[in-house]
Design a protein around this ligand. Structure first.
Ligand code: HEC
Length: 197
């Protein structure tokens, strides 16, 4: 067998270098085998030809309520006290019971925080996650006195509805998981509250 020519070695190494991971690029990634990258499907809010009104999405049947959207326990689902005088002060007992106790609640919260919050807020909640490093500015540190002193229900409502430039996560994170994240944020806050003065 002939040994490879210098030109082909150069070409192969140039390709290998160009494919370096971790580089920031505006271009879409090169995918040789596209597998299921292209799928004929409708996305939310897209136009479609099938229905007469030209929308791909359907309205719920009039007078109906989705089972997922219905929650009898208002305080647990909104984080707002039932007398509407402010936020729920503490994590509802039923949320902890859903996981089988406070330890399990915190463990679940730690896992969910790592998935949903750490990309922006960082693993220790200082607002310095990967997304922040890539240029999303203004991500709050969770170790501010104002947030530390806020009622648990307010933190829960922030996760549920979002706040200013932070999107809400009610669609991705189920109710009890949101409370679990609140529990873990409290743990993080305690862990970072020691001053080294
Ligand atoms: C896409 C990035 C992003 C993700 C993911 C994210 N946040 Fe935020 N968060 C922000 C930004 C940006 C702000 C600051 C909003 C502002 O003040 O304009 C913020 C603010 C906050 C605040 C402060 C609210 C206040 O009262 O000022 C809390 C608490 C918070 N986030 C908790 C969370 C938790 C818990 C999660 C995970 C469920 C999460 N965030 C996920 C971007 C994010």
């Amino acid at each position: 067998m002939r040994s490879p020519s210098p030109t082909s070695i150069l070409a192969v190494s140039a390709f290998a270098l160009a494919a370096c991971r971790g580089e920031v690029s505006e271009d879409p990634p090169v995918t040789l085998i596209r597998n299921m990258h292209n799928q004929p499907k409708y996305k939310a809010q897209a136009a479609g030809k099938f229905f007469a009104d030209g929308r791909a999405m359907r309205q719920p049947v009039e007078g109906t309520l989705s089972v997922e959207a219905f929650e009898e326990d208002d305080e647990r689902s909104t984080g707002v006290a039932s007398d509407a005088q402010g936020y729920v002060l503490d994590i509802p007992k039923k949320a902890a019971a859903a996981f089988g106790g406070v330890d399990a609640l915190v463990a679940r919260g730690k896992e969910r925080f790592g998935i949903y919050c750490a990309p922006c807020h960082g693993l220790i909640g200082d607002g310095n996650g990967t997304v922040a490093k890539r240029g999303f500015t203004g991500i709050a540190s969770l170790h501010q006195d104002r947030i530390r002193r806020s009622p648990d229900g307010q933190l829960y409502a922030t996760i549920t509805n979002g706040v200013r430039t932070m999107p809400g996560y009610a669609a991705q994170i189920p109710m009890n998981d949101r409370w679990a994240i609140v529990a873990y944020v409290r743990v993080l806050e305690l862990s970072q509250a020691v001053s080294a003065k």
